[in-house]
Design a protein around this ligand. Structure first.
Ligand SMILES: [Zn+2]
Length: 82
Protein backbone atom coordinates (compact mmCIF):
# COMPACT_ATOMS: atom_id res chain seq x y z
CA UNK A 1 0.00 0.00 0.00
CA UNK A 2 2.69 2.48 0.99
CA UNK A 3 5.86 2.91 -0.97
CA UNK A 4 8.40 4.39 1.38
CA UNK A 5 11.41 3.92 -0.84
CA UNK A 6 10.90 7.20 -2.63
CA UNK A 7 9.27 9.01 0.25
CA UNK A 8 10.38 9.78 3.75
CA UNK A 9 8.29 8.27 6.48
CA UNK A 10 6.54 10.75 8.71
CA UNK A 11 8.89 9.87 11.56
CA UNK A 12 11.94 10.47 9.39
CA UNK A 13 10.52 13.72 8.08
CA UNK A 14 9.57 14.98 11.53
CA UNK A 15 13.04 14.11 12.78
CA UNK A 16 14.40 16.49 10.15
CA UNK A 17 11.72 19.10 10.68
CA UNK A 18 13.36 21.06 13.49
CA UNK A 19 16.60 21.15 11.55
CA UNK A 20 14.80 22.27 8.39
CA UNK A 21 13.09 25.06 10.30
CA UNK A 22 16.47 26.04 11.74
CA UNK A 23 17.94 26.42 8.25
CA UNK A 24 15.11 28.79 7.29
CA UNK A 25 14.24 26.71 4.25
CA UNK A 26 10.69 26.95 2.93
CA UNK A 27 9.27 23.72 4.29
CA UNK A 28 5.91 24.18 2.57
CA UNK A 29 7.64 23.24 -0.69
CA UNK A 30 9.11 20.05 0.76
CA UNK A 31 7.99 16.94 -1.18
CA UNK A 32 6.82 15.21 1.97
CA UNK A 33 4.67 18.18 3.00
CA UNK A 34 3.21 18.26 -0.50
CA UNK A 35 2.03 14.66 -0.19
CA UNK A 36 1.40 14.19 3.54
CA UNK A 37 -1.64 15.81 5.06
CA UNK A 38 -0.63 14.77 8.56
CA UNK A 39 2.74 16.52 8.40
CA UNK A 40 1.17 19.53 6.70
CA UNK A 41 -1.13 19.87 9.73
CA UNK A 42 1.86 19.46 12.03
CA UNK A 43 3.74 22.18 10.20
CA UNK A 44 0.73 24.48 10.42
CA UNK A 45 0.66 23.89 14.17
CA UNK A 46 4.35 24.66 14.46
CA UNK A 47 3.92 27.86 12.46
CA UNK A 48 1.06 28.90 14.73
CA UNK A 49 3.27 28.29 17.76
CA UNK A 50 6.16 30.17 16.16
CA UNK A 51 3.87 33.09 15.37
CA UNK A 52 2.56 33.14 18.94
CA UNK A 53 6.12 33.11 20.22
CA UNK A 54 6.98 36.09 18.03
CA UNK A 55 4.08 37.97 19.57
CA UNK A 56 5.05 37.00 23.11
CA UNK A 57 8.68 37.88 22.54
CA UNK A 58 8.65 40.64 19.93
CA UNK A 59 11.80 42.15 18.57
CA UNK A 60 13.22 44.62 21.03
CA UNK A 61 11.41 47.91 20.81
CA UNK A 62 12.46 50.98 22.77
CA UNK A 63 9.77 51.62 25.40
CA UNK A 64 10.21 55.40 25.30
CA UNK A 65 6.95 55.99 23.44
CA UNK A 66 5.18 53.78 25.90
CA UNK A 67 6.55 55.74 28.84
CA UNK A 68 5.50 59.02 27.24
CA UNK A 69 1.98 57.68 26.90
CA UNK A 70 1.96 56.51 30.51
CA UNK A 71 3.38 59.82 31.75
CA UNK A 72 0.85 61.92 29.89
CA UNK A 73 -1.92 59.60 31.04
CA UNK A 74 -0.81 60.05 34.65
CA UNK A 75 -0.69 63.83 34.22
CA UNK A 76 -4.18 63.82 32.77
CA UNK A 77 -5.29 61.77 35.74
CA UNK A 78 -3.72 64.23 38.17
CA UNK A 79 -5.38 67.20 36.50
CA UNK A 80 -8.80 65.69 36.22
CA UNK A 81 -8.72 64.00 39.60
CA UNK A 82 -8.32 67.26 41.45
ZN1 LIG B 1 4.16 12.79 6.96
Amino acid sequence: MTDDRDHLSCAAFQAQLAELIGTGVDISTHPHIQTCEQCRALLADLETIAEAARQLFPAVEPPEDLWEHIESALKDEENSGN
